[in-house]
Unconditional design. Structure first.
Length: 70
């Protein structure tokens, strides 16, 4: 009987911690996500506009025919 009580207590404790973990996951994660999105909307990150990026001018190619000029 004592073994049954110990097993039951162990199962209850396991169920308690699993339940607590699920509550934390399904409450805390959406809360933090919504909070982060709200911060992002209020203060958006500054990304450089890729359309305005300056591309360096290509270097003039030297025509190499394989023969050295004298």
């Amino acid at each position: 009987m004592e073994q049954f009580a110990n097993e039951l207590a162990a199962k209850e404790q396991l169920m308690y911690w699993w339940g607590l973990g699920l509550v934390v996951f399904f409450v805390l994660v959406p809360y933090l996500t919504i909070r982060a999105n709200k911060k992002e909307r209020l203060h958006p990150r500054e990304y450089p506009d890729p359309n305005l990026a300056q591309t360096p001018e290509p270097a003039p190619e030297e025509h190499n025919t394989g023969e050295e000029s004298k």
